[in-house]
Write a protein that binds this ligand. Sequence first.
Ligand SMILES: [Fe+2]
Length: 593
Amino acid sequence: MNVLGISCYFHDAAAALLVDGELVAAAEEERFTRKKHDFEFPQNAISFCLKKAGILAAELDYVVFFEKPFVKFERLLLSTMQTFPRSHRVFRESMVSWLGDKLWVKNLVRKKLGIDSSRILFGEHHLSHAASAFLCSPFEEAAILTIDGVGEWTTAAVGIGKGTDIRLIKEVRFPNSLGLLYSAFTAFLGFEVNEGEYKVMGMAPFGVPRYKDQVYKLIRVSADGSFEMDMDYFSYHYSANTMYSRKFLSLFGEPRKHGEHFFTGKTGFPTYFGEKPSNYCELAGRNQHYADIAASIQSVIEEIVLKMAGYARQETGLTKLCLAGGVALNSVANVRIFREASFTDVFIQPAAGDSGGALGAALYGYHTVLGQPRKFVMKHAYWGKGFSEAAIDKVLREENVPHVCYDDKQKLAERVVESLLAGKVIGWFQGRAEWGPRGLGNRSILADPRRAEMKDIVNLKIKFREPYRPFAPSVLMEAAEQFFDVAEPERHYPTRFMLYVVKVREAAQSKIPAITHVDGTGRLQTVDRTNSETYYDLIRCFGDATGIPVLLNTSFNLRGEPIVNSPRDALRTFRISGMDSLVLGTRLIEKKT
Ligand SMILES: [Fe+2]
């Protein structure tokens, strides 16, 4: 039986295809259109999934959409009516976009895929999130916690998964929303909403949470983690362009200007920012205030999700937890949930945000609606498009790229390690693209984590990221415990997907400074040979040479662009960035120095 899940029209459109209950393919639309966070109908992702399975759209048994458009439309209508006339603009814009395509998803799917209406099903946004985690987890039974910006009405839910069944037992509804609260601060701190949330998380360790009392003026939290927000401080419920009101500014002062460099006394002023301004100290002081605000909202979010998780633990009596929704990408909060809410195991799949809704919808349709037994566990993230050596060679030939072929993979690994040891930055393109927002060793940029200066070099040459954003380490599964504070690493699925931030062991911090954040932590990825053979062998080879089986790994993309998907994308990124070498499968391309 072929079941296709689709998510779109909000953030990150995606498609995922199950064949007889096994995931065959899953991908975000942005990877194909090269439009970051593309939310349009995922035509390219769907075509890819069908091709991967070797089927035609007509052979799909069911197509499941990740949410209920009419219920969502009802929420938009009611909330804009309640805030009218302030909401007149968002009301008008919503009408135009919703009465166009968004509302008529069934018709659209029918037309685009030629599927009969009876075979098109609709999930609910938070049920899709819940299903995206629980139904591909290794757990027969688990508590479920979903937290995001908003779905139809729900913004957070606690549920129970048992076999193929999922039941949500408690929910928080719009306009109360932890995701939107975090996004309001993301906007206030000068970043783009739905994009800059990671930056707030990265900025937090540079600050002191001295504004927590002010943050708690915005939100009243009960012991069970349910909460109510004072909407006078916000505007997202009636505005399409702003997140917070003037009253919000009375608590936190003027917002940080978008696009202005962020640096504090601790981050220093990186060379790639240009010349140090004459009023450096004054600017660093002002930025410290914003870092303190970032620390405060991060800390409050952690406290609230901990309460929610505590409630889920207590109310369900279950010791395993599945997490999903955009807030489940907050890897700092995730590890606190695991450690402090006394769950024995936590599962999160890599696309925990809205793209994951496509996977959840397919799983929900197949198992919960159709009652089919479970057999699939998501052990790795490599569900996107892959390219054969022949396809890579074709691109190299067409673009006339000088390269060296390494039929012996060990020799290739040795050559790459040699470059890494010489301080080079390597583009690493292997196998199938990752599902979710992180490059996990198939579409990655790699460097030597032992060199403190690598952070600045990677930023200077490729990423142009802010200095406070940490780079992540990939470590061999069996060595993870030696370098990071993570016991029994093979037990933890979130660390496979960079979804836990943990302490780098004291003794290891000076050994791998490029991946150790200012607070002594690292967002590690554990790598095992069964799921990631080529990447594992490369890290092992680096470990053989240095005694440290860890690499600095950042997603293979330029700032503001989606992760590369094809060899051609990789080649373009390689050419216009300062990367030194590019590995496409077994082909090595080196820049002339
Ligand atoms: Fe969501």
